[in-house]
Ligand binder design. Sequence first.
Ligand code: GLU
Length: 344
Amino acid sequence: MCGINAGISDEEIAPILLEGLRRVEYRGYDSAGVATVSDGKLEVRKEVGRIDDLESKYRASGMKGRTGISHTRWATHGGVTRANAHPHASCDDLVAVVHNGIIENYLELRERLIKDGHVFKSETDTEVIPHLIEEAIRTGKDPLAATMSAVRELRGQYAIVAMFRDHPEVITGARNDAPLVIGVGEMEMFLASDVLAFISRTDRAVFLDNMEVVELTARGYRVFNTDGVEVEKKPTQLAWELSDLSKLDYAHYTLKEIHEQSVTVERALLQDPGKLESFVRVLRGAESVLLTASGSSYHAAMLLKNRLNRDGIIRCDAVLAGEFEDTAHFVDRGTVVVAFSQSG
Ligand code: GLU
């Protein structure tokens, strides 16, 4: 699962989106793409390889528009090719979509859409989404209603964002088990898979929950559940400092993190004692503790496991997050599960 950065602004959008997309580069990707809408036309540029390659191509050809979507892909369905890179457009370039995740029922949807006359240009699971949305638009639905009706047909994990040739004033999005966040700016709005993507433009964010659908304009946002009922969502002020989130002059993030260790440890020690005590109370009340984490967070989990077991405080186990499902059946009412987030 890789990066999404989309937005509507009163400035040219493509450079803003690509600048943000670079900040989520650390997640890794195999291809990148961007699409904008202007003068009743949808423009798509995509390349295998780095965002830099994409940027030099789009600069050479120019790309207008204040509404756009962009993506870094980590292929799951279909090879690493230009045709499989996102954004994917529907038959008549009516809709363009970027997607993170996997659509589990894409084969049956694709078969049905092909029978109905849709022509597919890629091997991805993603491409069913713009065709489904286009189908709904053709029945007279507006972008929001069309997105909702497409989402009702999808099974799997996804964060999707769609843009519309005939409605440049709006972007829609939806998520299920993959992150999608609204960035609330001054006269501009964003929809991204990670707050890092828009943090240089705004520090106000609205975190979407599973099976929520959003409609975004340059002036605001509206969030709905898939039954069409509006959900009230307020922006959160992001507390992080911008300097913490950029690479500064370091060659890469790992080097930056290594150099920041003394500060990081100091900060980690500055905890709210009340919160720590209540966490300890929860652990002490448990019959057993199950820790789950990945990467370096898993090392932190093993340290806690050793400490709790060695001192006979409580029975504790640590499992890799990717293998959690195999252990899940041991979780009962007496078990406290502690899940470590990315970067601990
Ligand atoms: N499943 C999609 C693809 O293979 C999206 C992959 C991603 O999350 O980047 O194109």
